[in-house]
Design a protein around this ligand. Structure first.
Ligand SMILES: [Zn+2]
Length: 70
């Protein structure tokens, strides 16, 4: 996949399944609302937007991590 985002892509709604990368353009940079304490992020909202193509998506959080099998 190219590192250059497509310029003519219309974003798609990817909300509902937490993801680490945009399905449209492959970007791993998201725009999120975040809260800070003592210079660290302490919370972020899961409603996010791809920073490159603007597609709405769901940001991941630790609770989304798959449970490892024993
Ligand atoms: Zn994107």
């Amino acid at each position: 996949m190219s590192n250059t985002p497509p310029t003519d892509v219309i974003g798609i709604d990817q909300r509902g399944i937490p993801t680490h990368a945009c399905l449209v353009c492959g970007s791993t940079v998201f725009t999120v609302y975040a809260s800070f304490e003592d210079y660290e992020i302490v919370a972020w909202w899961m409603d996010a937007e791809c920073a490159q193509c603007g597609s709405p998506l769901t940001a991941p959080c630790p609770a989304d991590r798959p449970v490892e099998e024993f």
